[in-house]
Design a protein around this ligand. Structure first.
Ligand SMILES: NC(=O)c1ccc[n+]([C@@H]2O[C@H](COP(=O)([O-])OP(=O)(O)OC[C@H]3O[C@@H](n4cnc5c(N)ncnc54)[C@H](OP(=O)(O)O)[C@@H]3O)[C@@H](O)[C@H]2O)c1
Length: 392
């Protein structure tokens, strides 16, 4: 039995993880569940799974959950953000599923890496912000890092015996081909896309996900963040990572080897596949997903991304090439711009402008320690906020 801490339990990754855990009650014990403030969903999870510990980072929400659970319950409820860094280090926790969205997931993911846990990483923003520090923490802590983003998990599956952080080139890897569905606006004219509403942007053709990553998928910033994530996970430069638009979303990514072989991972677009794989690694176990029927898929299309239509992609390559705190600036500015868009304060077409203007305004510096990264994050949030206000 392996003890699991599920961070972001009330979200989309949380749902998919709980669905896999339900299939294997003999293999996993849910030790900790954590989220921000979603009391109704957390209450359901606590009643069904009876974990010893639940964390809601917002104290008022935690108090409400405590009251709703009542006295004599199996689950103790804690609050506050810093407590996340402590609970992931607990001896009962073997596996940490990092499913918090955005920069809010950085500290707990880093703590799990430092504590040498098996870390199933969905929270790509943590790696984007602080890639070098994160990978150092993995190496020094002796953690096992397995990506559960479907694309980076696919690449990991195409690299048998590989440990994240090793230079993949030493395994004969020439390039990574990162597939993108193209999102809801793949064929939408730029002028129409610029006026898109949050609901249109969140209506992803293939995946059901949280709203922030759905908007990132619509701008292709999600693909840009995955380029940066892949560079850190597999130790490769940006020019060895190519984005390939593949509208069917069944080839989840490919690895090209120096002998000309291309290995791909295919599956139904269902997050339970990478999560079940990472939980069982290096073994395999059922995920609950429907197996892919190739006769139904019938054809696979691939095309290059239209970089003028989706400028966020080039912004991500630019930040990766600049290095230092540039990716933290990119990530923070994007979080502010996406939030403003979801709240109706910014046009969809201005998300890339806000991110680009923030990168222009803030010089990147070497990301020497966490304080430097957090300072860049805070400065980028201030600049991006004023960029949003100037466009209101
Ligand atoms: N969804 C997918 O299919 C998918 C695929 C690949 C990668 N990812 C990555 O996985 C992460 C989660 O995505 P998602 O789609 O699952 O997002 P989501 O549905 O919006 O869920 C976000 C989760 O994070 C929690 N959270 C947000 N802010 C927090 C804070 N300050 N402190 C503690 N918890 C906080 C939320 O709690 P409350 O509900 O209480 O607010 C919720 O449990 C993202 O980094 C995303 O890029 C997702």
């Amino acid at each position: 039995m392996r003890g699991v801490a599920l961070l972001g339990a009330t979200g989309s990754i949380g749902d998919s993880t709980l669905s896999v855990l339900e299939l294997h009650p003999d293999r996993y014990r849910l030790e900790v569940v954590a989220a921000r403030r979603n009391v109704p969903r957390m209450l359901e999870i606590c009643r069904q799974f009876r974990p010893p510990l639940a964390v809601l980072t917002e104290p008022a929400a935690a108090a409400e959950l405590r009251a709703a659970l009542g006295a004599g319950q199996a689950t103790r409820v804690l609050d506050g953000h810093q407590v996340l860094e402590q609970v992931v280090r607990a001896a009962e926790v073997d596996v940490v599923v990092a499913g918090i969205v955005g920069a809010a997931g950085l500290a707990s993911s880093l703590a799990a890496a430092q504590a040498g846990k098996t870390l199933l990483l969905a929270n790509k923003e943590a790696l984007v912000m602080a890639g070098a520090l994160f990978m150092d923490a993995v190496r020094q802590g002796g953690a096992t890092l397995i990506p559960i983003d479907s694309e980076t998990n696919a690449m990991f599956q195409c690299l048998p015996g590989y440990r994240c952080g090793e230079p993949a080139a030493e395994r004969g890897v020439r390039r990574l081909l990162l597939t993108a569905s193209g999102g809801p606006f793949l064929r939408t004219p730029v002028a129409d896309m610029a006026r898109a509403t949050p609901d249109q942007a969140c209506a992803h053709p293939r995946w059901v996900m949280g709203r922030k990553i759905s908007v990132d998928s619509a701008t292709l910033m999600n693909k840009g963040l995955e380029v940066i994530e892949s560079a850190w996970l597999f130790g490769l430069p940006g020019n060895a990572i190519e984005v390939v638009v593949h509208p069917q979303s069944v080839v989840h990514s490919l690895v090209e080897y120096c002998d000309g072989s291309l290995l791909a991972q295919l599956a139904s677009p269902d997050m339970r596949v990478p999560i079940a794989h990472a939980l069982a690694w290096p073994e395999r176990q059922a995920s609950g997903a429907t197996a892919l029927n190739l006769f139904d898929v019938a054809r696979l299309d691939f095309e290059p991304p239209d970089r003028a239509h989706f400028p966020c992609l080039d912004l991500a390559y630019r930040a990766l090439g600049t290095g230092g705190t540039a990716c933290a600036i990119l990530n923070a500015a994007n979080e502010i711009a996406v939030q403003a868009f979801l709240e109706g304060q910014l046009a969809f077409g201005s998300i890339a402008e806000v991110v680009g203007a923030s990168l222009d305004a803030l010089p990147a510096v070497p990301a020497e320690n966490l304080e430097t990264v957090l300072a860049a994050d805070a400065a980028a949030r201030r600049i991006a906020t004023s960029q949003v206000q100037s466009r209101c």
